[in-house]
Design a protein around this ligand. Sequence first.
Ligand code: NAI
Length: 301
Amino acid sequence: MIDFQDRVAVITGAGGGLGREYALLLASRGASVVVNDLGGSVHGDGADASAADAVVAEIRSMGGTAIAEHSSVADPEGGAAIIESAVDTFGRVDVLISNAGILRDRTLANMAVDDLRSVLSVHLEGAFYVAMPAFRVMKEQQYGRIVFASSGSGLFGNFGQTNYAAAKAGLVGFMSALKLEGAKYNILVNAVAPIAHTRMTEEILGDQAEQFDAASVAPAVAYLASDAHEHTGEVWSVGGGSVSRVFTALCEGYFKHPDREGPMTVEDVAENVADVRTEDGYIVPFSLRDEFAKLGPKLYS
Ligand code: NAI
């Protein structure tokens, strides 16, 4: 039985949708939960404290422990206040599920600067503003589990979502570097790309919505946030009953030794484009070092 006894979890955007499911599951397994939510619209307008308050009431009614927090993740003071409320109330921060998000879907041709800034500031900057103070507490404790909400849109692309996709792919970059900084303090950092029926996906999922119950995403996120999980720097695609790892691979490619075979030409690339593009012989680098490690034997043998 995987539990969160004596663990404190901060979940942003937990007043509805996926975040609410994460909060309910972790609380049902013993976590003390900070339910953060600004409570605005799906486009990021307005604020409403009742979203977070209702989830807290739900957790308490089932015998769990939770407090509500209504700051916006999109400003540094909000991020600091969220983590402060966890430390002031419960004394620690063991788990951060960085989940708050909004949508401003537009094609690039129609995008206003504010559509870009608001999406980047909630998803990407917001993740930083909460993770920065959380990481300091986790480092002190020598324990932490961070899960970022990425998206298939950022990993694979989706029409009309360049702003959102850039933010969600940015979170994978953030995670990939932070995992290295967290490793020696027992801080594991992972990400999920969920697929779930929430207000955010009402239009995208249409009549398939029923297959993508948000509650079915929560177990994988809870697992990533638990003591039972040992890996760091992974992205998992989760939804519709499926949990699978997504990774960035480096393929075998084309190689021409700069000293022995001379400088690379445009024609070399053109003639060997099939080798450049082959998916054969790939490795999954854990960090930038592995990219060099792959090249080293070719260059220096
Ligand atoms: P949702 O709209 O139901 O939940 C997002 C929550 O974040 C809302 O309760 C909202 O009030 C809160 N929020 C928005 N801006 C905030 C801010 N500045 N500060 C604090 N809270 C704020 O949507 P859903 O689907 O539950 O999304 C959760 C996360 O999962 C998002 O990051 C989303 O991008 C991501 N995601 C969801 C997918 C899905 O299929 N539902 C697919 C891929 C990613």
